[in-house]
Design a protein around this ligand. Sequence first.
Ligand code: SAH
Length: 252
Amino acid sequence: MSGWLAVAGLGPGDAALVTPEVTEALAQATDVIGYIPYVARVAPREGLVLHASDNRVELDRAALALGLAAEGRRVVVVSSGDPGVFAMASAVFEALEAGPEAWRAIDIRVLPGITAMLAASARAGAPLGHDFCTINLSDNLKPWSLIEKRLRLAVEADFAMAFYNPRSKARPHGFARVLDLLRALCGADRPILFARAVSTPEEALHVVPLGEARPEMADMRTMVILGSSTTRRIERPAGPILYTPRFAGEGA
Ligand code: SAH
């Protein structure tokens, strides 16, 4: 049987949020490749080789996957959430573009998943119900100045914003700077959501005004969503709903 490569998203955590398409690809795979905690979400079985690797070796992982698929194996590269959102799909294509010509004949598919931003916004209500943008706050692969520029322009455009990778042990100070900048640009009343470990047993959601947001409210497992100027909070006994109405601007 000829080999193939599927780059698959496992969703935010809950097995119920893995698509049937991804489940089917995993059932047919001979090899699963990915970051250790994501590979740990795949059930071991006879005939399936699990290749778990450390973080930050995305290109090695991608080259391993392409090499195995070229040899005829059925390979699934796993990411959390969606594989096209700050994850392995781009790494696979970077390796493909730089790699041997023969790799271009490989059957490659990207299988979408529910990205953390959508899982978090669904839990909170609908904060991304109008125009929004997404920014990865890690400066591992881009300069800090570019992050600040994008934040400024996104505030100017009045987007709601979804922030991935807000804070890690290796980058403890950047998120404090982000909060300071946002407070200066948006004021203290703008609602901000901290959604940690969405769809897992450790899930925790907090909605606070920007003036009360603290860097420690976020870690590597937190999705942060900042409202636009029109985002609203509905108080309820069961907890607040955060939503952005479908209309904005003068024509509204
Ligand atoms: N490809 C993934 C994102 C990888 S970047 C996706 O589409 O979701 C990793 C970041 O995603 C984390 O730092 C965190 O900001 C966010 N994230 C991933 N899973 C999450 C979850 N279950 N709850 C909250 N945030 C999550």
